[in-house]
Write a protein that binds this ligand. Sequence first.
Ligand code: IDP
Ligand code: MG
Length: 164
Amino acid sequence: MFLSQLDRKEKPTFAREKFRSKKIKMANNRTFTMIKPEAVAKGYTGAILDRMVQGGFRIVAMKKTQLSKAEAGTFYEVHAERPFYGELVDYMSSGPIVAAILEKDNAVTDFRTLIGSTDPTEAAEGTIRKDFAESKAQNAVHGSDSDENAQIEGSYFFSGREMY
Ligand code: IDP
Ligand code: MG
């Protein structure tokens, strides 16, 4: 009697664990982006969002907001040892940005193709950075570099209640 009760209690937990690990492995359909301060200030927000939508990405969540220096520092913590880190943190907190979670098959890879190389002078024709970026530092948009970072970055800006 006791054992069968225990069994019933354990089963749902096991099922949830199984579901969770499957979801993590299969979550390659979302990425996170920011339209960076110089692009927002120049009025490129609408045109850049249009490129994303025309590129096959669905907007799951979106907001206009401004990062504090501390928040920009945390967001770009992986680059803390790079020589451009201070400049990057100052720049990313210098004005409003537009943050969004985007959905598409192979979202991370396809989005990085759509935005082009970090340095706009090396970006392919027709990419967002080629057409809207000012420089390697002020390069119009951010795109996550892995599924794991897309998940971390998206949930830094949005609660589950803000994703549709
Ligand atoms: P990514 O945005 O293409 O992934 P990362 O190497 O992750 O490029 O760099 C993050 C951001 O730091 C870039 O988007 C750009 O704004 C800035 N950055 C990268 N390299 C340089 C540089 O050499 N000088 C100044 N800023 C840079
Ligand atoms: Mg990067």
